[in-house]
Design a protein around this ligand. Structure first.
Ligand SMILES: Cc1ncc(COP(=O)(O)O)c(C=O)c1O
Length: 366
């Protein structure tokens, strides 16, 4: 099976893990062990941020970041519904209300032109999601956020390597959140990172990740155990070094797949612009004239042919059983996209022969 995404692990990661195990230091009380500290510094350099705080998942990163910008009971947070559940879940974990905004059907990211109709005195933050690894409209969002005094907590969980106006995504946000889940462009198994240029936010996230402590057994705020273990950080350091190569291969696979699929009527392909460079986490196409059933049938048939196509996301969050109560209006573009998109494998383990096979099979099925 050509998997939709697969961790790229070599002997370097295995050696790094062994070293940590032999060192006897698996974690530290305040979450600042030697590997974690080194990984934080390297990741901050990679995304050109001043501060970087390692945590144990992308979900933890979002929760800690939202807490750090002060999201609390009674607040509202604007976010897309066309994203992974964690984006909305962490808002509710802060006892705030998620307010879902429709997407731009071209980019699948939040439609900036719709944001201001939802802004009111309770609006505390916006969470743009760089969906599939394609940057959201980050500068216009910054302007809206500044006009209304709202924080931007960017969900960059899928966007390692994505650029917006020549800068790594996260640059226009108050704080950006990354995931190192096993499927991501780089992985630590589970893991996450918070990056920011704001010292106060960085300080708060640091203490939130370890029970609100600044020093041991002296909590100054509500926190959690969001510490990243040393083994994960050691894997992360190796993966970060390999990331440029991973990104290059993803980009190459995407380019060739696009060349093979271009020009088919009713098939919309992912793209880049001068200003927005993809991380190519997911190569997502859209079948513009098909029903949900037909799309699902194509996905099933691809799987029967050993191609693990997948749908991100077949159920928008605002229509999920738990989340329905937070949204009493429709999001037409989100709902339509959820019926028509599907993603094809382009991860670094996919060979050029496999890309040809994927294109051929896909064309024969649509
Ligand atoms: C858009 C988005 N947000 C948040 C997360 C949560 O990250 P994690 O799985 O590391 O908790 C993920 C990844 O799974 C994601 O894709």
């Amino acid at each position: 099976m050509i998997r939709i995404n697969a961790p790229q692990i070599g002997k370097e990661e295995i050696e790094a893990v062994t070293k940590v195990l032999e060192s006897g230091i698996l974690t530290t009380g305040l979450g600042k062990g030697p590997y974690v500290t080194k990984f934080e510094k390297s990741f901050a350099d990679f995304v050109q941020a001043k501060y970087s705080i390692a945590v144990n998942s992308g979900t933890a990163a979002l929760h800690a970041a939202l807490m750090a910008v002060g999201v609390k009971n009674g607040d509202e947070v604007l976010l897309p519904s066309f994203t992974f559940t964690a984006t909305a879940e962490t808002v509710i974990l802060c006892s705030a209300r998620p307010v879902f905004v429709d997407i731009d059907p071209e980019t699948y990211c939040m439609d900036v032109s719709q944001i201001e109709k939802y802004v009111n005195e309770r609006t505390k933050a916006i969470i743009p999601v760089d969906l599939y690894g394609f940057p959201a409209d980050l500068q216009p969002l910054r302007e809206i956020a500044d006009k209304h005094g709202i924080a931007i907590v960017e969900d960059a969980a899928q966007a390692h390597g994505a650029l917006y106006k020549g800068k790594p995504v996260g640059f226009y946000a108050d704080v950006a959140c990354w995931s190192f889940y096993a499927s991501k462009n780089m992985t630590t198994g589970e893991g996450g990172m918070v990056t920011t240029n704001n010292e106060e936010i960085a300080d708060k996230v640091q203490s939130i990740r370890t029970h609100g402590e600044k020093e041991k057994y002296m909590s100054v705020r509500l926190g959690h155990n969001y510490r990243m273990p040393e083994i994960e950080a050691a894997i992360g350091l190796v993966q970060l070094k390999k990331l440029p190569k991973f990104l290059e291969k993803r980009r190459k696979n995407a380019k060739i797949l696009t060349e093979k699929l271009e020009g088919i009527k009713g098939l919309k392909l992912p793209f880049e612009t001068e200003e927005k460079k993809h991380s190519w986490y997911l190569y997502t196409v859209r079948l513009e004239n098909v029903t949900r059933n037909k799309r699902d049938q194509i996905v099933r048939e691809l799987k029967e042919n050993n191609i693990e196509a997948a749908v991100y996301y077949h159920t928008p969050i605002h229509t999920m059983p738990f989340y329905r109560k937070f949204c009493n209006y429709k999001l037409p573009e989100t709902e339509k996209a959820s019926e028509q998109v599907l993603s094809l494998p382009i991860h670094p383990g996919v060979s050029l022969d496999q890309i040809s096979y994927i294109a051929e099979k896909f064309i024969s099925l649509i």
